[in-house]
Design a binder for this molecule. Structure first.
Ligand code: ADP
Ligand code: MG
Length: 324
């Protein structure tokens, strides 16, 4: 059985000027112990998807479809069960640690908090566990007494990871965990994440706009565009032999992990992603697509089989599939 299964997940924000379809019919599976990367430019619905997984979305968000975590329907869970699941079964690391850390609380106390919330430790056990967690994320134990402003960006992100690990969850969701860091630190934090999930057989959903980062860390890659998955498959293959023109453009824009030049000027991808409230007809990517056909303006073909364990949503993929 999959540890995580999304079945036709959709999220629509209702705002004063109308509806924002941020995630549109996403189906994905993640095996226990595996790492799934979710890629896509800013605005493609990645964070919305991440927050939906633990029902952390704002009230104005309407969620449809199904989210199964270890067979349990997350959207149908009562509050008590959901509270037990957060941290203890699945936890989230956000971008740049700006959401997560309290500026006026020592980091040791912050790391210990989920342990207390879930009744997993008394104060003495918590101190021990905090020291162990700090060691695991490569920080000296005396750092438990520090405040967030005394740490570098990379150290703060390590603290966020320690918090996420505190209750020994089976799944960690990491939303752009290294995006705010400089290249060297980014590489160190990525190595840390890779080691931790391998050692502790934790499953990972990692989100990034940088395809090379995801290809480095994850087994499987899903590429999102305008709220949909447009390509999905084993990560190295998706990165090196993309089937969807959008994935090809993303792979060209981020050829190597954390490359500062490509971060400043993503190559090969003209224009901007569409506004979800004003999506193009047909294939949402067609106005930017270098290989679009006339029919792409009216036809959205959806995901087609594109080789072993691979799918892609493109007329060219469909044409090949139909010819074979
Ligand atoms: P990503 O993480 O890929 O950058 P997001 O999930 O943050 O994408 O956003 C997807 C779309 O949903 C964007 O168009 C964004 O403007 C919109 N959006 C995100 N949060 C909200 C919200 N709370 N209310 C209304 N629209 C939102
Ligand atoms: Mg985001």
């Amino acid at each position: 059985m999959s540890l995580l299964e999304l079945d036709d997940l959709s999220v629509t924000y209702r705002i004063a000027s109308g509806e924002v379809p941020a995630v549109r019919g996403v189906s994905l599976k993640l095996d226990s112990g595996a790492a799934l990367g979710v890629a896509g430019e800013s605005g493609s619905g990645k964070s919305t998807l991440a927050m939906a997984l633990l029902r952390l979305l704002p009230r104005d968000a309407r969620v449809g479809g199904r989210i199964l975590l270890d067979g349990d329907d997350v959207l149908a869970m009562k509050w008590g069960r959901l509270r037990a699941v957060r941290w203890a079964e699945a936890s989230i690391v956000f971008q740049g640690a700006q959401h997560g850390l309290n500026p006026v609380q020592r980091i040791g106390d912050q790391i210990a908090e989920p342990l207390f919330v879930h009744g997993q430790a008394d104060p003495r056990q918590a101190r021990k566990r905090v020291a162990e967690l700090l060691e695991q994320v490569g920080m000296p134990t005396w750092r438990a007494r520090s405040y967030p402003h005394e740490l570098s960006g990379g150290q703060r992100q390590r603290v966020m990871i320690a918090m996420a690990l505190a209750c020994s969850p089976r799944l960690i969701i990491a939303d752009e965990p290294t995006t705010a860091l400089d290249v060297m630190v980014q590489a160190q934090v990525l190595t840390l994440i890779k080691e931790l999930i391998a050692e502790q057989s934790i499953s990972l959903v990692m989100i990034s706009h940088d395809l090379s980062v995801l290809a480095d860390v994850c087994d499987q890659l899903a590429v999102m565009y305008a709220g949909r998955v447009v390509e999905n498959g084993p990560s190295r293959e998706v990165f090196h032999e993309a089937k969807h023109p959008y994935t090809r453009a993303l792979a060209a824009a981020f050829p190597t992990v954390g490359d500062p030049v490509s971060r400043l000027a993503p190559k090969g991808l003209g224009g901007d992603p569409p506004d979800p409230m004003d999506l193009p007809t047909g294939c949402s990517f067609h106005p930017r697509c270098p290989v679009a056909l006339e029919e792409c303006a009216t036809l959205d073909v959806g995901l087609w089989p594109a080789g072993d364990r691979r799918t892609a949503a493109c007329v060219h993929v469909r044409a090949k599939e139909e010819a074979s």
